[in-house]
Design a protein around this ligand. Structure first.
Ligand SMILES: Nc1ncnc2c1ncn2[C@@H]1O[C@H](COP(=O)(O)OP(=O)(O)O)[C@@H](O)[C@H]1O
Ligand SMILES: [Mg+2]
Length: 407
């Protein structure tokens, strides 16, 4: 299994984003340690330049989501929760049961032979650095992925074992042997980094990962059809690769690969339809698959269609902005925080500490994440009750304990 091993630097305050119904003893710890990260939508290292979009979201799509939570309510709750984000976990139950712990950019993952427990934290990173902890972010990401897993279950079996999640930040999954390929799938010609599809095309590339690209296309246009542009999962930099080479270089066998490609396109097509009904364009994303070594069955794993792993644009301004006025589409993602840091320092200069993000900024971002959940799923985001945070935290461990006993 391909996971990032990192030393944990846990310390201090307990607390995270949980509902008031959850009470118990504390087991999630927070840390102020700096973490690395950096994948954006479509599996690229992103340095995308974008305009602030909160106004756009608020005026167009948000208004169309029924019963959307007022931003002020979420901001107030987030302001109370800033000091009690989930930033690093140490769960006694999983230690007792001899699970191995891995720390990724955003998630803390615990595995034994059969089960994987993923805790999506509130860590927020960019520029390959930890920027801040954003209240509710982990819950939003985990619950968004869970929602999509439910929607796409008919199309492809997924590894989720415990439904609904025992805790908003926690997924308990069947542990699979992960295929070392990320199935990046794209519907639009976009991106601005060195590895992005648009950069490749702009520089004359007319074939990407084995997909022929026709002449005369402009930035951000819809591709004639969705294409799969896989990357290898490697220690340093993920490498774009063609389907042919995946087999030739022995990353996967042809049968497994064909299945995963077919499912990738089916899930993505379906998800785009769903997004469209919500006034969103699902631009690109990436899926991962794994095999249950006992049965040989292939499952969709990891997270799917989250704002961390996908690009989403606003549908009803796309034509006017992109096709008519050649502007950038309205985007919904974490760009806001990146811009804030980029305005104040050189975020790539690792010799200097980053300025501390003010509470207001964190609350703002938190509200945006909650809004994303509501826009994507059409369901109300359950605002976690921070007054019970300490209790609730501890309850993560209890909830997992309970779930494991019942399995
Ligand atoms: N059901 C699963 N079985 C086995 N491995 C999984 C499963 N779901 C996710 N994974 C793997 O767990 C890892 C999670 O890492 P993640 O927290 O996303 O950190 P990062 O992507 O920063 O390395 C990924 O390598 C993913 O492939
Ligand atoms: Mg990941």
């Amino acid at each position: 299994m391909m996971m990032m091993m990192m030393s944990s630097s846990s310390s201090s305050v307990a607390g995270n984003a949980l509902s008031s119904t959850q009470k118990g003893v504390s087991s999630i710890k927070t840390t102020s340690g700096k973490k690395r990260t950096g994948l954006g939508g479509g599996g690229e290292r992103t340095t995308r330049k974008q305009q602030p979009v909160l106004k756009v979201i608020a005026s167009s799509s948000a208004a169309e989501v029924k019963g959307i939570t007022p931003q002020e309510d979420i901001k107030k709750a987030a302001t109370r929760a800033v000091a009690s984000c989930v930033t690093s976990t140490a769960l006694p139950i999983l230690e007792e049961k001899k699970f191995k712990r891995y720390e990724g950019k955003v998630r803390d993952t615990y595995v034994d032979d059969d089960i994987l427990v993923a805790v999506t934290t509130d860590r927020q990173s960019a520029f390959d650095r930890h920027l801040a902890n954003i209240p509710f972010k982990g819950a939003v990401l985990n619950m968004t992925a869970f929602w999509w897993f439910e929607q796409t279950e008919k199309i492809c079996p997924n590894a989720v074992l415990v439904k609904p999640p025992v805790h908003p930040n926690v997924s308990i999954m069947r542990k699979c042997e992960v295929f070392p390929i990320e199935f990046v799938v794209r519907g639009y010609l976009t991106g601005s980094t060195s590895t992005s599809l648009w950069t490749h095309y702009k520089n004359g590339g007319r074939n990407y990962c084995g997909n022929p690209l026709e002449d005369g296309m402009e930035k951000n246009v819809k591709l004639p059809r969705n294409i799969v542009t896989p990357t290898t999962k490697e220690k340093e930099h993920d490498r774009p690769i063609s389907l042919e080479d995946i087999v030739k270089e022995n990353w996967m066998n042809k049968e497994d690969l064909d299945y995963c490609v077919e499912k990738t396109l089916e899930i993505f097509n379906f998800s785009q339809q769903v997004a469209k009904e919500r006034n969103l364009i699902l631009v690109d994303t990436k899926y991962e698959f794994g095999k249950d070594p006992k049965t040989g069955k292939i499952y969709l794993i990891d997270e799917i269609n989250t704002p961390d792993s996908s690009r989403y644009w606003i549908q009803n301004t796309y034509e006017e902005r992109v096709l008519k006025n050649k502007q950038e589409p309205d985007m919904i993602d974490k760009e806001f925080l990146r811009l804030w840091f980029a305005d104040r320092c050189d975020p790539y200069d690792t010799s200097k500490p980053l300025p501390e993000a003010p509470t207001e900024l964190k609350a703002e971002l938190s509200a945006r994440y909650a809004l994303l959940y509501e826009m994507i799923t059409g369901e109300k985001f359950q605002i976690p009750d921070v007054r019970s945070n300490r209790d609730a935290n501890v309850n993560v461990d209890d909830k997992i304990r309970e779930a494991l006993q019942n399995m």
